[in-house]
Design a protein around this ligand. Sequence first.
Ligand code: GDP
Length: 377
Amino acid sequence: MGEWLYLIIGIAVLVVATTAGLLASGRRKTPPAPRDTTGVISSTTTQAPPGTSAEAPVETPLEAPAAPLVERPEGTASRLVRLRQRLAGSQGALGRGLLALLSRDRLDEDTWESIEDTLLTADIGVAPTQELVDRLRSRLRTEGSQADARAVLREELLTLVDPSMDRRLQVSGADGQPGVVLVVGVNGAGKTTTVGKIGRILVAEGRTVVMGAADTFRAAAVEQLVTWGERVGVDVVRGPEGTDPASVAFEAVKEGSARGVDTVLVDTAGRLQNKAGLMDELGKVKRVIEKQAPVTEVLLVLDATTGQNGLIQARVFSEVVDVTGIVLTKLDGSAKGGIVVAVQRELGVPVKLVGLGEGADDLAPFDAEAFVDALLG
Ligand code: GDP
């Protein structure tokens, strides 16, 4: 009798446990996220996410994933008109301030000092400020009251910004290889956003692109890049969190070459706590990529609102990799456009792009004349 009792209790426990298990699994409506492996292409446009079919063999998901809508990025002409207005909005105060001072009847020492202060506040830097003030003083003295202060200021600002620099992005490769753009900078500068935005510009121009999410230390950065890619139908090569960034970069360029795309954009990690570590990491990323194809552009992303700090970062990165162009982000939130002059002087490398907002198409090629005109309002 005792044995029967144990048997019945045993069966009852088994039934309860099985029912509970079924309920728990029934509550999970979505299949588990696919596990990443190095070099997996994250694509919603050309292939199903790996692992989904194996992990949900019986039940069909209650909600079928919606087909992603591929956006059409804003065209060049309207983007430039819109962004120039935004640039004038954020930077115009500098030019207006300078013109008001230069238009005074008497340009005494106090006025020149105020002009200097205005330029320094806009982060132009000490040496360029001194040069500009000296040039303005001597020109306005010799040209006297005939001088058109605005025209003189425009000319001299333009000289400082240097319209002769080649600001074209090298996004094309040679010998049938893709152009490879490596994007570097400290965390928070706007690297991942910039990679996404450049991808959109290239897509808008009809180019084919693959992106590499080599900032493998931040899962959020990888997801962010995948989202940017999905929006315009660009595939992203990614690896699990903590993978060697160089291996992801390598796979991305390999994939881009195999597909014959025009450009591979590679996002990188930006941990600056240790220069030697950064040097090792970025150096390795570049070396490993170049086993596949030459890097055609190394873009350093700098947050325009960080002033002197940005310049220090610029120095460190330029010692680590051969920076070929600067992207200045967050110019929309800062009246410190003078940093363009300071950072170009510091690195001897042109500002090629400027970020003017968090919107997907808020990235513009840098144009010296348009910039100076925006400063002058
Ligand atoms: P990362 O860590 O360098 O990859 O930086 P993220 O790309 O994640 O960007 C950090 C933050 O800066 C995000 O909130 C972006 O939306 C923002 N951001 C990037 N570029 C710009 C810009 O040009 N203007 C503004 N206002 N915000 C920007």
